[in-house]
Design a protein around this ligand. Structure first.
Ligand code: SF4
Ligand code: SF4
Length: 330
């Protein structure tokens, strides 16, 4: 299976994440899965002229593309011309190359939240009129339109995340290479379910603090970051705390609240990322699948039952009280 990777309105962080794949050589991994890179802007030797010639051949069908990967949002401005991004200084806007190659490619994969939904590049007044391949925020549409389907009947596959975990990218490509990614393996937003059927909350080491609503008040505290520090892990579809980054990390493990970067519209939560907006003391971003009344009742009960150990440790950057040891009488 061959793969063409193009970048548009993004920071390149998705590529950096992918290159940081923790399983040894990414290139050996791709070879093992039978994936051949036609061209990638950061790792291929071909210069701009050679790359442009290849892209032309991909666009007119002389080179058949199995998978088109797009990193970065698609820049439709100014006034729908796409003129803000012309590949390698050429005449044709990048969005035209993407439209042409996407219509011929066997599969189209959005790498990262920029190409999935618009992402950071589409925030604020969005002067470049940035969007995703098949979504504009939560609205289906984007550059290719809501009805786009590849030659196998799949929509754009959205490997969302800012950036996505390197394994999400490689596993998605491996599934495609082996013909094992079907429509039922994608969620309602076109994200592969092998990572999107989980929540960041699952496996977070702060779960005990969450249970007792023992909340951190500053980012170095060990407590749960939901009540005061903006954590959206209970609403973010990703397996970051089960499939660790670089084999050992995650945002939560580094002391950072989850900003829900796999979700459309995450870039504009309407409040600072590191604070939790509340109404009458209740966080407005409640956990997925939990009615508000239940949350209020559970939070009140949990707080009244918080063990001293958990309460004290929640407000510290290191363990103050270890769990007590219970002896079983013989
Ligand atoms: S999704 Fe995030 S990491 Fe990837 S290109 Fe966009 S801003 Fe950069
Ligand atoms: S910090 Fe966030 S992800 Fe972790 S337990 Fe609290 S709400 Fe869940």
């Amino acid at each position: 299976m061959n793969l063409l990777w193009l970048q548009s309105g993004g920071c390149g962080g998705c590529t950096l994440s992918w290159l940081g794949s923790g399983h040894g050589s990414l290139f050996h991994e791709l070879k093992d899965e039978g994936i051949e890179l036609l061209w990638h802007p950061s790792v291929s030797e071909a210069g701009v002229d050679e790359a442009r010639a290849l892209i032309e051949q991909c666009a007119d069908g002389r080179v058949a593309v199995d998978v088109l990967c797009i990193e970065g949002s698609l820049l439709r401005g100014p006034r729908g011309t796409g003129g803000f991004h012309r590949f390698g200084g050429g005449a044709q806007p990048m969005i035209e190359w993407v439209r042409q190659i996407a219509s011929r490619a066997r599969h189209v994969v959005a790498i990262g939240s920029c190409s999935s939904w618009g992402g950071i590049t589409a925030a604020g007044i969005n002067p470049t009129d940035a969007c995703g391949l098949q979504y504009d925020g939560e609205a289906a549409g984007g550059l290719l339109g809501p009805d786009f389907r590849d030659h196998g009947g799949l929509p754009v596959i959205n490997v969302a995340g800012c950036p996505p975990h390197p394994d999400w990218i490689t596993e998605t490509l491996a599934m495609l290479a082996h013909g094992r990614l079907r429509a039922e393996h994608l969620d309602d937003f076109g994200r592969p379910r092998f990572f999107a059927d989980q929540l960041v909350h699952h496996g977070c080491p702060r779960n005990e603090y969450y249970e007792f609503k023992a909340s951190a008040e500053k980012s170095s505290d060990q407590g749960c970051l939901m009540e005061h520090l903006g954590c959206g892990g209970t609403q973010a579809h990703a397996d970051c705390n089960q499939r660790l980054w670089n084999g050992e990390g995650s945002c939560l493990r580094g002391g950072y609240a989850c900003i829900r970067c796999t979700e459309p519209g995450f870039e504009e939560p309407g409040h600072p990322f590191e604070s939790t907006p509340k109404v009458a003391g209740i966080p407005i971003g409640l956990p997925s699948d939990m009615p508000k009344a239940w949350f209020i009742a559970l939070a009140a009960l949990s707080k009244s039952a918080t063990p001293t150990r958990v309460r004290e440790n929640a407000h510290s950057d290191h363990l103050l009280r270890a769990p007590s040891v219970k002896r079983t009488k013989r």
